[in-house]
Design a protein around this ligand. Structure first.
Ligand code: NAD
Length: 353
């Protein structure tokens, strides 16, 4: 039995689906169902008795303690977070509450549970914290990619709040001996990605005939990893990671944002040509760069490959093709997530686009 937090979000739901497909263990899925949490991602699990969904907050110590005592999981995997950089610029408070205060309360509940476990179960227990490469800050064009020993230099309220949570997790290992593992991963893409993030936003806007907003010169470089590869890395770290260690996870796919947008347009041109015969590229527009926008992130994932034998299965070419096809085949999912609070938020914050 494992307890996953944030398992109705983008990566968490992919993880829960993969986990249940690949193992016999039950998953307790604790998610607060914020705007980013979507029960629909888990529709295929309806009637699956190995998936127990609980709506609730990681900061609710009473609830978390009750779940831990009732289900006695052998691991807790923490995906729950506020995760969108733009939102953290417009309103940082939720990021502090969930990513810092929420993680702190979760750690406290887990520590109390773990301390009371019998010796064998105590040794086998793991707390795996899922984090981001954004904690390392921004790289210049020719600097070597981030390794696990890079200094933390977060530049947005999002990355600062994740950095704080990483430090708390580390401190619970060093101070209390809690058996923790941390992964810092680069940008994910794939099914169930909320359409406020670059790749799904471009696909969805292109198909709707809307503009494709690119920040500044579009030369911000990110490393991209297909979400299923992130899930397999987390499973591997959970299985064989050394306690207290940090593992960088990445796809060895550094790309400027504008190249990503061009690739998405080319795939859509092929799969769903525009009625006027023109390329979707015609819809690209430039918008003012966001404040503090990091120029480059690049992950050196050699430690996880060397020590745990993990490598991504997808190249960017295969992963992005699967992703575009998934969005083409799941238009109803897109329509559903675009209703309600998401629509209101976009109207308020992206009205200039
Ligand atoms: P997401 O925003 O899609 O999902 C987050 C989930 O957490 C949602 O289901 C939401 O309802 C839930 N949640 C939020 N606050 C909660 C709370 N207080 N209690 C319980 N549940 C809560 O995020 P994601 O993209 O799936 O990211 C998951 C994790 O992976 C985050 O910790 C993020 O920092 C990290 N990460 C993401 C990426 C990426 O490219 N998306 C890359 C590296 C690391």
């Amino acid at each position: 039995m494992i307890l996953v937090t944030g398992g109705a979000g983008f990566i968490g739901s992919n993880f829960v689906l993969d986990w249940l497909a690949q193992s016999d263990e039950t998953v307790i899925n604790l998610d607060a169902l914020t705007y980013a949490g979507n029960r629909e991602n888990l529709n295929s699990l309806d009637g699956n008795s190995r998936h127990v969904f609980v709506e609730g907050n990681i900061g609710d110590s009473k609830l978390v303690t009750k779940l831990l005592e009732q289900y006695q999981p052998r691991a807790v995997i923490n995906f729950a977070a506020e995760s969108h950089v733009d939102r953290s610029i417009h309103g940082p408070e939720d990021f502090i509450q969930t990513n810092i205060v929420g993680t702190f309360h979760l750690l406290e509940s887990v520590r109390a549970y773990w301390s009371a476990l019998p010796v064998d179960a105590k040794q086998d227990f793991r707390f795996l914290h899922v984090s981001t490469d954004e904690v390392y800050g921004s790289l210049s064009k020719d600097a070597p990619a981030f390794t696990e020993t890079n200094r933390y230099e977060p530049n947005s309220p999002y990355s600062a709040s994740k950095a704080a949570s990483d430090h708390l997790v580390r401190s619970y290992h060093h101070t209390y001996g809690l058996p923790v593992l941390t992964t810092n991963c680069s940008n994910n893409y794939g099914p169930f990605h909320f359409p406020e993030k670059l790749i799904p936003l471009m696909i969805v806007n292109a198909l709707a005939g809307k503009s494709l907003p690119v920040y500044g010169d579009g030369q911000q470089i990110r490393d991209w990893l297909y979400v299923k590869d992130h899930c397999s890395a987390i499973r591997r770290v959970l299985e064989a990671g050394k306690l207290g260690e940090v593992y960088n996870v990445g796809g060895w796919n550094e790309k400027p944002n504008i190249d990503i947008v061009h690739t998405v347009c080319a795939l859509l041109d092929e799969a769903r040509p525009r009625a006027d015969g023109k390329s979707y590229r015609e819809q690209i527009i430039t918008v003012t760069d966001r404040p503090g926008h990091d120029r480059r992130y690049a992950i050196d994932a050699s430690k996880i490959e060397r020590e745990l034998g993990w490598k991504p299965a997808e190249t960017f070419d295969t992963g992005i093709r699967k992703t575009v096809n998934w969005y083409l085949e799941n238009q109803q999912w897109v329509a559903n997530v675009q209703s309600g609070s998401y629509r209101d938020w976009v109207a308020k914050n992206y009205s200039e686009r």
